[in-house]
Design a protein around this ligand. Structure first.
Ligand code: NAP
Length: 243
């Protein structure tokens, strides 16, 4: 399948976990892919090597997506190396599991800045080009935490609920510009984020097991291909939360 041929995708936090699977799935569907990372250059380069092995273009770009100057440089680098960005997957995120009374102000700020402000910064930087070209896909990684409270804490749940509001605002603002904006609310997907969290147990999941990163990547590809779905939150959660 090459329906995304000639499209350029940027996946934030594409070096590991869900983001790595998303980057590879978009490349399989035909896209050239920029793989953003913050610290793990080797992991990002390995994802790019796998994509290059498929005959697709890929570039690893270091940037802290919570920092506006990093975001501007990242987008300029991607556009210089791959071309204009058609598909943005706002995936980068952190989780510091804490009880409500343990969350410090600094932790609250860090989680909100990396998980939520980053989505605003990257989207704001990329959206102008999408509007000019009258085509774009923005896919934001929320969480079941926005719907149920989840297994991380209030700071994380609030950041992921904020992403849903941001998704609705952007979806309605750009609905006449050929741009769709949707969110995915996963739980619990077997990545470093989940296996390092003592509160994240498969017993929370009605299906009785963690999901795979491919369970999320396939939904990202579906959203990238779909023209008529916007402003939605797609729950991929083994039955934890049903709308
Ligand atoms: P993960 O395995 O911990 O990977 C996190 C990724 O984000 C890494 O690529 C990391 O880069 C990158 N990252 C973190 N902070 C960054 C920053 N400031 N700037 C740029 N990149 C940054 O996490 P995951 O489980 O794949 O989660 C991916 C997304 O899905 C997150 O937004 C998470 O909240 C969301 N989510 C996950 C689950 C789940 O069950 N796993 C459920 C709901 C939602 P480095 O490799 O360089 O550190």
């Amino acid at each position: 399948m090459e329906d995304l041929k000639n499209r350029v995708a940027l996946v934030t936090g594409g070096s590991r976990g869900i983001g790595a699977a998303v980057a590879i799935a978009l490349a399989k569907a035909g896209a050239a892919v920029a793989v953003n990372y913050r610290e793990r250059a080797d992991a990002a380069n390995a994802v790019c090597a796998e994509i290059a092995g498929m005959g697709r273009k890929a570039v690893a770009v270091r940037a802290d997506v919570s920092v506006a100057t990093d975001v501007k440089r990242m987008v300029a680098e991607v556009e210089a190396q791959l071309g204009a960005i058609d598909i943005l997957v706002n995936n980068a995120g952190i989780a510091h599991p804490r009880k409500m009374d343990e969350i410090t102000e600094a932790e609250w700020d860090e989680v909100l800045t990396i998980n939520l402000k980053s989505v605003f910064l990257v989207t704001q930087t990329v959206i102008g080009g999408m509007r000019q070209r009258k085509w774009g896909r923005v896919i934001n990684m929320s969480s079941v935490a926005a719907q149920t409270g989840g297994a991380v804490g209030a700071h994380y749940a609030a950041s992921k609920a904020g992403i849903i509001g941001l998704t609705h605002s952007c979806a309605s603002s750009f609905v006449r510009d050929g741009i769709t904006v949707n969110a995915i609310a996963p739980a619990l997907i077997e990545t470093d984020m989940v296996t390092s969290n003592p509160n994240a147990s498969p017993t929370l999941i009605p299906m009785g097991h963690f999901g795979s990163t491919d369970d999320i990547a396939s939904v990202v590809v579906m959203l990238a291909l779909n023209d008529y779905m916007t402003g939605q939150t797609i729950s991929v959660n083994g039955g934890w939360y049903m709308t």
